[in-house]
Design a protein around this ligand. Sequence first.
Ligand SMILES: Nc1ncnc2c1ncn2[C@@H]1O[C@H](COP(=O)(O)OP(=O)(O)O)[C@@H](O)[C@H]1O
Ligand SMILES: [Mg+2]
Length: 207
Amino acid sequence: MTNPAVISALRELVQSGCWGNHRDFVSWLRFEYNLDSSESETLEALNQLVSDGLLEKHVSISEEFVLSSLKNAKPITRYRVSGFLQDSPIQMVRSRLETYFRLNSVREEMIVDMSIATTEAMENAVKYNDHNPIEINYSIENGDFRIEIRNGLREVQIERDIEMGKYNSSLTLMRGMMVMSKLFDDLDIDIKDSENLAVFTARKKVS
Ligand SMILES: Nc1ncnc2c1ncn2[C@@H]1O[C@H](COP(=O)(O)OP(=O)(O)O)[C@@H](O)[C@H]1O
Ligand SMILES: [Mg+2]
């Protein structure tokens, strides 16, 4: 029998807007609920939620489980995600954000743009952070989407970065920033060295 605690945690996760494959859910169960559910147990529980009608398999990506109806979504917009890439923090933000946008009737093309932009911001938050959880907060008000992402700062390793070819002593390639500045209307990254904190903020008119 599937652990009822796993079922109930999965219900909460998907209602909060999360979707992904069973490995994503294994990480999220561990990070958010301290539940050590194996891949097979998690898969079985997800399939049970499909039978219950809460979830369905994604139409084009067969491994992914998504909510069968937005009516069951109660998206959260302020939360923490893991600072470790293997815990699928980027998928957690991206999936919750997409669910939130759909519930707010944002058009699909805009959702794709905001997913790409937010993924770049999250990649940086994971890459440059000190592995503490990352704080996420967003809203839509008067048609304006605003997002804030806070991460701790890892010690700068400028020598290593130059060796990796990221800088030519004073210049970073800034591909992520270029992509984000095309997609967001405004963005800012405030590096507070004294507090060991990076605060990313961005705004986009979405409707
Ligand atoms: N969340 C963040 N925390 C710390 N530094 C950041 C963060 N986001 C961006 N930066 C800084 O801004 C630079 C530009 O980011 P980006 O254009 O995505 O380039 P890249 O990811 O290749 O370094 C980064 O090299 C980093 O120094
Ligand atoms: Mg980047």
